[in-house]
Design a protein around this ligand. Structure first.
Ligand code: HEM
Length: 539
């Protein structure tokens, strides 16, 4: 059995925390002392000085003084909802993950977000959107912490602080607050050309979604699935919205940002309240788990690359329906803690160097953001599986652990539960052989070098009106840079994607269009790429 949770009312360990926090018919202090009045301080006479002995005054103001916690260092602005995920059973051949089994229903909590803006910023800015899903499975929590764009800016997590420093407001004036239109961002992405693909997606209509309900979601990294026989398959996760993929026009985004900065969170909450439950199908692209970990020449460990869906179709494995709004923003949407390392049997990671850094970063930042190491005990973060860990004490510990021997095996607390065979059924990392010849290096593989052919493929897949939008977006955003050298360097990046794109943006900026630095990549301009959701079998 799991550790006991202290319950002053004698209610079951997981009693509704809302009820525990707010019960009874009258107002009290935090200690339960009934209050006759909360509008007047205790004073020496009606017009006299306030007395320090007024405990209610001090308690009320002290608590208020500490109401804020640090916002997330990225993805600070978000909106969330509860729902349910139902497996189709179609993934059983490739994974033993129980929640993907046929008709298995699993509670989920999903948080959508922008990346760069602070908690109070507007919803409709041009940015990537976070799409993080917590599956409370019977085997433990699985978090799929993805975005609405299928690639990422950088290939190695060691650069994450750098790209975020470049994207966040300037350290001197704290502007701009929520958009990518500034010198540091454009300086970074033109000096680190691996960012070209993600940046082009941001400048497309995907950067200004119509609604959280109308976005795709992507796990981005390649993951490794494991079936009952131990067989492995490499996969990429996709969420496909039943409502289709829709974007705002730039002008609409600007107006909505002014008229209703809460446009997306209002839309999500209103839709759920009205019973128009948003739905997404979860799908997987599967690739053979070969020693090279490539597919059709694409390095599957490179998070700046997609695998075209024409080459590896997305296969539906389940349906997610969001059915309930949070009852308290702080307790749920703010305090939820996702982690890409929260995995369940049947799902494992790969050696994508961006993913490796994430596996460290989320727990680390949450210790600081949520005030210590015990935030897994917060109601929104509690796993629905039994917990019997060796983690003890620490700031904000709320569990009343029993026993005297928090180590295993031990011979004091009712025997030795981890004796022979007791770990059976536990999570086992895929026992992949490590390369014994590998030397320690600080270097990227040559297969990470191509930064232009996939952006070019994406550009060529766009319709004329979509291209117009991309040109207008680059022109607008780059026109906000103060430094001409930064505009010129970005034009050189565009020249390596497409001459029309480059020359039109250059004309808009009043600058000459540079020549490509090398012959343009020969790619198959597959028409379906910009319509990633279009071929999805709805119903
Ligand atoms: C937060 C996605 C890369 C560090 C988030 C969130 C999402 C996300 C969706 C918000 C979670 C929420 O709603 O609470 C991604 C994706 C990535 C990526 C899809 C690349 C494929 C990285 C990298 C790092 C990082 C490389 C660091 C090395 C963080 C941190 C937070 C965060 C520190 C805040 C977490 C918190 O305070 O709870 N990310 N991220 N991310 N991400 Fe990432």
């Amino acid at each position: 059995s799991g550790p006991e949770v202290y319950s002053p009312t004698g209610a079951p360990a997981d009693a509704d925390p809302e009820v525990r926090a707010q019960s009874g018919a009258y107002l009290t202090t935090a200690q339960g002392l009934r209050l006759p009045d909360t509008d007047h301080s205790l004073k020496a006479g009606e017009r006299g000085p306030v007395l320090l002995q007024d405990h209610h005054l001090r308690e009320k103001i002290t608590h208020f003084d500490h109401e804020r916690i640090p916002e997330r260092v990225v993805h600070a602005r978000g909106a969330a909802a509860h729902g349910v995920f139902r497996g189709y059973g179609t993934a059983s051949a490739v994974t033993k993950a129980a929640f993907l089994g046929k008709d298995i229903e699993t509670p989920v909590f999903v948080r959508f977000s922008t990346v760069l803006g602070s908690r109070g910023s507007a919803d409709t800015v041009r940015d990537t959107r976070g799409f993080a899903t917590k599956f409370s499975t019977t085997q433990g929590t699985f978090d799929l912490v993805g975005n609405n764009i299928p690639v990422f800016f950088i290939q190695d997590a060691v650069k994450f602080p750098d790209i975020i420093h470049a994207g966040k407001p300037h350290p001197d004036r704290e502007i701009p607050q929520a958009q990518s239109a500034h010198d540091t961002f454009w300086d970074f992405v033109s000096l680190h050309t691996e960012a070209t693909h993600h940046t082009l997606w941001n400048m497309s209509d995907r950067g200004i979604p119509r609604s959280y309900r109308m976005m795709e979601g992507f796990g981005i990294h390649t993951f490794r699935l494991v079936n009952e026989q131990g067989g492995t398959t490499l996969v990429k996760f996709h969420w496909k919205p039943r409502a289709g993929v829709h974007s705002l026009m730039w002008e609409e985004a600007q107006i909505a940002g002014g008229v209703d900065p809460d446009f997306h969170r209002r839309d999500l909450a209103d839709a759920i309240e009205a019973g128009a439950y948003p739905e997404w199908e979860l799908g997987i692209q599967t690739f053979p788990d070969t020693p090279e970990q490539t597919f059709e020449g694409i390095d599957l460990l490179d998070p700046t690359k997609i695998v075209p869906e024409e080459w590896a179709p997305v296969q539906p494995v389940g349906l997610m329906t969001l059915t309930a709004n949070p009852s308290n923003y702080f307790a749920e949407t703010e305090q939820v803690a996702f982690h890409p390392g929260h995995l369940v049997p049947g799902i494992d990671i790969t050696d994508d160097p961006l993913l490796a850094g994430r596996l460290f970063s989320y727990l680390d930042t949450q210790i600081s953001r949520l005030g210590g190491p015990n935030f897994a005990q917060l109601p929104i973060n509690r796993t629905h599986a039994p917990v019997n860990d060796m983690l003890r004490d620490g700031m904000h510990q709320t569990a009343l652990h029993t026993g005297v021997a928090p180590y295993h095996p031990n011979s004091l607390d009712g025997g030795c539960p981890f004796q022979a065979g007791a770990g059976a059924g536990g999570y086992v990392e895929v026992p992949l052989a490590m390369n014994p010849q590998a030397a320690k290096v600080r270097a990227a593989p040559a297969s990470f070098d191509d930064h232009t052919s996939q952006p070019r493929r994406f550009w060529l897949s766009l319709t004329p009106i979509e291209r117009e939008h991309v040109i207008a977006a680059y022109t607008f955003e780059l026109s906000k840079c103060y430094e001409n050298t930064i505009k010129e360097r970005n034009l050189r990046v565009l020249a390596d994607i497409d001459p029309e794109l480059c020359s039109q943006v250059a004309a808009g900026l009043g600058l000459p269009a540079p020549e490509p630095s090398a012959p343009l990549a020969q790619v198959d301009p597959s028409p379906a790429l910009s319509q990633l959701g279009a071929s999805w079998p709805v119903d």
